[in-house]
Design a protein around this ligand. Structure first.
Ligand code: SAM
Length: 282
């Protein structure tokens, strides 16, 4: 079944009484060149199990299943299950889980479903929940090699920004703490049905499993980063006073790091952010 053909999609949808839900971020890919590229960049190959988030009618799921040993796809919308039974019926290496990915036990799913396989995440993410999904995947310390996802262009720019530049944010620091992100290619809005009001890009986060901090330090690091970036125009001392950190302690830590007392969080690079959090957390 050609799942990028608009009449085929409309036909299978209407036969199953399915219509698009805007609130679930349902914009399905209709350009046949895009999903094979996501699958190939996303480690979908022999020896790999792929976790997909959000199947739609299964256009990417199918390309993943053609290349990887196994695909487990989590889809929140139960109305899509009968659609997928039809569109993916020729595959025996796909498992669909009808659930909210934010509520799933992904450690359990990975250990039960992908025994002996390396694991990667691939998805055309629902845009209303892009950052929470990416942070959840990273913070859970899942045994995955990479996260290859289509996101809104502006989110891609932020995720792949260099730390210490204006485009960076708390999520940029998060991504760089757990690995590194690269922008792979752009996708304009006309490649989806229905067409969204924004353009998109595919990015890949390569995960680095070596931890830079222990668990307690890590927790403090992220609360510092979140508080700092929530008021990024303020000085670090002012923004961190919100989470109860003494201004004098911030000043003396910055001084010991040869940084100005009036530094803003967006001016620090990754090593400086880690150094500051260790000094403040002690
Ligand atoms: N992969 C398909 C494609 O590329 O055409 C669909 C992508 S569409 C942008 C996002 C998909 O994620 C939809 O099928 C939507 O129902 C699903 N979705 C939305 N929120 C979700 C959640 N919290 N957990 C799992 N799936 C979700």
């Amino acid at each position: 079944m050609n799942l990028t053909n608009i009449s085929v999609i409309k036909d299978v949808m209407s036969r199953n009484g399915f219509n698009f839900s805007k609130s679930l971020g349902q914009n399905f890919i209709i350009n046949p060149d895009i999903c094979p590229k996501i699958a190939e960049y996303g480690n979908a190959r022999k020896g790999f199990g792929i976790l997909e988030i959000g199947t739609g009618v299964g256009v990417l799921t199918k390309e993943l299943a053609l290349r990887a040993d196994k695909v487990v796809a989590v889809e929140i919308d139960k109305r899509l299950i009968p659609v997928l039974d039809e569109t993916l019926s020729e595959f025996d290496n796909i498992k669909i889980i009808n659930d909210d990915v934010m509520k799933c036990d992904l450690h359990k799913i990975i250990s039960e479903e992908f025994k002996g396989l390396k694991v990667a995440v691939c998805a055309n993410l629902p845009y209303y929940i892009t950052s929470p999904i990416i942070m959840m995947l990273l913070e859970n310390n899942l045994p995955i090699e990479s996260i290859t996802v289509m996101v809104q262009k502006e989110a891609a720019d932020r995720l792949c920004a260099e730390i210490g530049t204006r485009n960076s944010g708390a999520i940029t620091v998060g991504v760089n703490y757990y690995g590194n992100a690269e922008k792979l290619f752009s996708v304009s809005r006309g490649n989806f049905m229905p067409s969204p009001n924004v353009d998109s890009a595919v990015i890949r986060i390569n995960i680095d499993h070596e931890r830079k901090l222990d668990e307690i330090q890590e927790k403090f690091f992220f609360s510092m980063v979140k508080a700092g970036f929530s008021q990024r125009r303020k000085t670090i001392a002012n923004s961190l006073s919100q989470i109860g950190i003494d201004k004098q302690k911030v000043y003396s830590s910055l001084e010991n790091m040869n940084l100005s007392k009036s530094s803003r969080i967006e001016q620090l690079d990754m090593n400086q952010l880690i150094d500051l959090s260790v000094r403040l957390g002690n």
